[in-house]
Design a protein around this ligand. Structure first.
Ligand code: FES
Length: 77
């Protein structure tokens, strides 16, 4: 199932992208305005990609949140 919204605030990425474009909002401004990305935070990587790529639907397996990526010192070689 594709990810197409902030679940906590039930706002689609399509609506958020439109608002961001109209108001020229960056991620922090969009989050402050809508609350999206400020509750559980799981939508934040998707919001970032939405703003950079213009996409509004994502394969949930294609994005690994930065907080779950191993740091360079944790990676094995
Ligand atoms: S899904 Fe957007 S803050 Fe939880």
């Amino acid at each position: 199932m594709p990810v197409d919204r902030c679940v906590c605030h039930d706002i689609t990425f399509a609506r958020l992208a439109l608002l961001a474009r109209r108001e020229r909002l960056d991620l922090d401004e969009l989050s402050a305005r809508t609350g999206c990305g400020t509750s559980c935070g799981m939508c934040r990587p998707y919001l970032s990609r939405m703003l950079h790529e213009g996409r509004t639907s994502f394969d949930p397996m294609a994005i690994v949140p930065a907080t779950t990526r191993p740091s360079p010192t944790q990676r094995s070689t």
